[in-house]
Design a protein around this ligand. Structure first.
Ligand SMILES: [Zn+2]
Length: 485
C-alpha cells in the first residue's frame, strides 16, 4: 500500500519542483499576504505600523522623503544590495490603492526570499498621496492631479518623487495605479483587469533603449498574467502627456512601467487583482535581476490588445417597452456607483441606468437577455410600515413576486441610506408630490435608478433592484443592497 502511495506522490513532487517562479508565487500567496489590509479603503495611519515594523529589521532602510501638504509623512522603503536601482511608487492617486496592498505583500515575501532581488536595490514609496487617500480621492489636498505636476512641481508630493528619482538615478520605475473597472480588452467582453503602458517620452512615440526595456518587461509580465487572467490584459494609450510622471521618467532615463489595476468579476475589493500585482511585479523584479526580460520582444508588447471602455456592471439586452403608443426595443447599460460614508471608510452601491439604445458593441460583467419578457415598473407596497425593524422581517422574495420593488416606512432614521435587503425603501417624510405634467415620463429613463421587473406568463422572473438582479425562479439573490429614497 505504501509503495502505491509513493508512486502516486512522486509525480506530484516533481511537478512542484517544476513550478515556475510565478506559479510558486501564485500558489503560496496566502503565506505572504499582508492580512491587515483587506479592503481598498485604508489610510495613512493604517500603513504606518507596517512601515515601522520594517524599520526594526536590518535589511530594510526607511527614508523619510518629506511630508504631504497636510503634513503626513511619505516614506521610502529600500532593500537589496545590488547595483540596479528600481523605484516603485503607488497611490499617486489617493483612491488607487490596489498596488499599495500588493507592495506590503511583496515586502513580506522578499524578507524570506532575498535571492529574488540579487542584483537589485529596490525602493518602494507606498501611498505617495496620503492626503488624497484620507478622503479616498484621486487628487491631493489642493486639488492637483500629481500626475500632471511632473514639470511644474507645485506639490511637495511631486517634488519628492522627482528628487528621489534624480538622486537614485533609478534604472527602472514602476508607476502603480488603478483604472476604471469599465475598461475592457479591445474587441472582447473581458475586463482589462491589468493594463500596462511603457509611456512615450515624446510626441513621436519613439522607442529608445529606455522605453524598449520597459516594453520588454511588460511583455514578460503579460505572459505571466495571461496564465491567471486569460485575455484580461490591456495596453494603455501611449499618447504622449508632457505633464505626466511616467512620460517624464521615461524621458529622464528611467525605464518606466505603468501598471493600471482595473476590474475583475466578483472582486469588488480587488483582492485577486492585488494578487496579480504581487505575482507579476515580483516576477518582473526577478527578470530585471537576471535580465530574463531581454528575451521578450517589442512585438509581444505591441500585440497586447488596447484598452477600450465598453463595459457595464450589468447589461440588459433587447428590452421591449411601450411609451406614448410607440413600441421600442433597447439595450440598457447599468453601473453600480459607490456612495461613501462620511469618513470614506465604507460605501454602498447606487445602481443607475447609464446608457439606453443599441449597445451591441458593449458588454457587461453580468448580462441578462430580456427577449420574451415583459418589462414592468415595480410598485410600492401599499402598507406604510412603522419602522425599519418591521421592514427587516418582510418576505422579500414574496413581495418581489407580487410586483413590489419598494416599501414605504415612516420614522426612518435619517442616517440609514441603504439596506442589505433586496428592496428599496421610500422614506415617507421625504415624499414629494410630483409636478403635474401633461406628458408622462418614459418608463425607461437614462440616469434613473435601475429598478424594474421582467415578467413572463404573468410571473415575475427577474427583479432588478438598484442595478442588481434577483433571479426569482432560482431564488438567487444577487442584490448587494437596496437604497432609501
Ligand atoms: Zn492613477
Amino acid at each position: 500500500m505504501t509503495k502505491y502511495l509513493l508512486l502516486l506522490l512522486l509525480p506530484l513532487l516533481s511537478y512542484s519542483q517544476r513550478q515556475t517562479l510565478d506559479q510558486q508565487l501564485f500558489s503560496s500567496y496566502e503565506d505572504y499576504k499582508e492580512a491587515s489590509l483587506d479592503k481598498r479603503r485604508f489610510k495613512h495611519q493604517d500603513i504606518q505600523p507596517l512601515i515601522d515594523s520594517l524599520e526594526t529589521k536590518n535589511e530594510f532602510e526607511i527614508t523619510l522623503l518629506g511630508e504631504s501638504i497636510q503634513g503626513r509623512s511619505i516614506k521610502m522603503i529600500s532593500l537589496g544590495e545590488g547595483d540596479i536601482d528600481v523605484l516603485l511608487w503607488s497611490q499617486m492617486h489617493g483612491d488607487e490603492s490596489t498596488a499599495t496592498m500588493a507592495m506590503f505583500d511583496i515586502l513580506n515575501y522578499v524578507q524570506k526570499h532575498k535571492t529574488i532581488l540579487k542584483n537589485l536595490r529596490v525602493h518602494m514609496i507606498p501611498m505617495l498621496n496620503p492626503d488624497g487617500a484620507e478622503v479616498f480621492s484621486r487628487r491631493n489636498a489642493i486639488g492637483i492631479d500629481i500626475n500632471r505636476d511632473a514639470l511644474r512641481l507645485q506639490s511637495p508630493e511631486s517634488i519628492l518623487l522627482k528628487n528621489t528619482r534624480d538622486s537614485l538615478k533609478a534604472d527602472f520605475g514602476f508607476n502603480l495605479h488603478d483604472q476604471s473597472k469599465y475598461y475592457n480588452a479591445q474587441k472582447t467582453a473581458k475586463p482589462a483587469t491589468i493594463s500596462f503602458l511603457a509611456p512615450a517620452y515624446n510626441f513621436e512615440k519613439d522607442i529608445n533603449q529606455t522605453r524598449g526595456d520597459a516594453m520588454r518587461i511588460i511583455a514578460h509580465m503579460n505572459k505571466i498574467i495571461q496564465r491567471y487572467a486569460k485575455g484580461q490584459v490591456g495596453r494603455y494609450s501611449d499618447e504622449f502627456e508632457p505633464r505626466a510622471f511616467g512620460d517624464n521618467m521615461q524621458k529622464w532615463g528611467t525605464s518606466t512601467i505603468l501598471i493600471e489595476s482595473g476590474g475583475q468579476f466578483d472582486d469588488p475589493e480587488k483582492q485577486f487583482i492585488r494578487k496579480l500585482n504581487y505575482v507579476s511585479i515580483l516576477s518582473a523584479l526577478e527578470s530585471i535581476s537576471t535580465k530574463g526580460y531581454e528575451s521578450s520582444t517589442l512585438d509581444q508588447y505591441l500585440s497586447i490588445p488596447r484598452n477600450d471602455r465598453k463595459l457595464y456592471d450589468l447589461k440588459i439586452e433587447r428590452l421591449k417597452f411601450s411609451y406614448l403608443g410607440l413600441d421600442f426595443e433597447v439595450d440598457l447599460g447599468i453601473n453600480h456607483y459607490e456612495i461613501e460614508n462620511n469618513d470614506h471608510s465604507q460605501f454602498f452601491y447606487l445602481g443607475k441606468i447609464v446608457d439606453v439604445g443599441d449597445l451591441s458593441t458593449h458588454h457587461g460583467y453580468e448580462t441578462l437577455n430580456a427577449e420574451g419578457y415583459e418589462y414592468k415598473v415595480g410598485e410600492t407596497y401599499p402598507k406604510i410600515l412603522d419602522d425599519f425593524e418591521a421592514f427587516r422581517n418582510l418576505d422579500f422574495a414574496d413581495l418581489l413576486k407580487q410586483g413590489y420593488t419598494s416599501v414605504s416606512i415612516s420614522n426612518m432614521p435619517s442616517e440609514i441610506k441603504f439596506t442589505p435587503m433586496p428592496m428599496n425603501i421610500i422614506d415617507v417624510e421625504k415624499i414629494m408630490i410630483p409636478k403635474s405634467n401633461s406628458i408622462p415620463d418614459s418608463p425607461v429613463k437614462l440616469g434613473s435608478d435601475a429598478t424594474f421587473l421582467l415578467k413572463k406568463n404573468e410571473a415575475v422572473v427577474y427583479a432588478v433592484i438598484n442595478g442588481f438582479v434577483y433571479y426569482l425562479s432560482e431564488n438567487k439573490n444577487g442584490v448587494k443592497n437596496g437604497v432609501v429614497k
